[in-house]
Design a protein around this ligand. Structure first.
Ligand code: NAD
Length: 249
């Protein structure tokens, strides 16, 4: 589905990002596995992608740091000569009541989930514009649509990802660059393991019509679809992948 193409996936060393890297590799796409700190995991994903018959590289960059992101994109272009697909998957989800004194989660959520997404898109778009071709898939969340108590900074940042996606879809359409978003519901990963292994699990499941949480692979499939030519006339869309959760939240 993506033979001969090159994709950059942020936060690709584990969880949903890892599943996206491997789904893309299985679809014939070379992958750049961005990571912030998990270098060993990123190397493992790189090797797993290579075993699927594509070229891969692990690329360190804190997405909230514009200079690091620019350098990473330059390294990708040097190694592969092109970037066809960008998936802005890196994200942080932290508990913080609104009346907490530090509000340090706000800075983190904004830095990674909003500024980080801007930084990567900003660094990749000039290349895509030059080639008059590209696909961007952002990752939001059900929280970005219905809010999330005790995670208000996260929910606000993921709402911003949705409006960013819609804005850029229109801005970049004349350049033949499609911009879409996947909004996952509860997916079992390192990020969500603590609540999903706690008594809270019962409440969480009761709010999902399909009665279960999803897997990282169940997000990777829809991302692959949006990145592929099967979605060639889709832009500005928010694809909910949540077992029906937004319907009853
Ligand atoms: P995860 O914590 O397993 O993965 C997040 C990845 O982002 C990690 O590899 C982490 O190192 C990376 N990352 C964080 N900060 C970074 C930074 N500054 N620079 C570079 N990389 C950074 O979580 P996940 O569940 O795989 O989440 C992936 C995406 O899906 C996130 O954007 C998350 O908000 C979103 N999401 C997840 C769920 C879920 O239930 N798991 C639900 C909705 C949305």
């Amino acid at each position: 589905m993506l033979e001969g193409k090159v994709a950059l996936v942020t936060g690709g060393s584990r969880g949903i990002g890892k599943a996206i890297c491997l789904a893309f590799a299985a679809a014939g796409c070379d992958v750049v596995v961005n990571y912030g700190v998990h270098s060993l995991n990123a190397e493992r994903v790189k090797k797993a992608a290579e075993r699927l018959g594509v070229r891969a590289m692990a690329a360190r960059a804190d997405v909230s740091d514009r200079t690091q992101v620019r350098n990473m994109v330059a390294r990708c272009l040097k190694a592969f000569g092109r970037l066809d697909v960008l998936v802005t998957n890196a994200g942080v989800w932290k508990y913080e009541p609104i009346d907490s004194k530090s509000q340090k989660r706000l800075a983190e959520a904004v830095g990674v989930n909003i500024v980080g997404v801007f930084n990567v898109i900003n660094a990749v778009v000039p290349h895509m514009k030059k080639r008059k071709s590209g696909v961007i898939v952002t990752i939001s969340s059900t929280a970005g649509q219905r809010g999330e108590a005790f995670h208000s900074a996260y929910a606000a940042s993921k709402g911003a990802v949705i409006s960013l996606t819609k804005s850029l879809a229109v801005e970049l359409a004349p350049h033949n660059i499609r911009v879409n978003c996947v909004a996952p519901g509860w997916i079992y990963t390192d990020m969500t393991r603590p609540p999903l292994r706690s008594p809270e699990r019962k409440t969480i499941l009761s709010l999902i019509p399909m009665g279960r949480v999803g897997t990282a692979e169940e997000i990777a499939g829809p991302v692959l679809f949006l990145a592929s030519d099967l979605a060639s006339f889709i832009t500005g869309e928010i694809l909910n992948v949540n077992g029906g959760a937004v319907l009853c939240g």
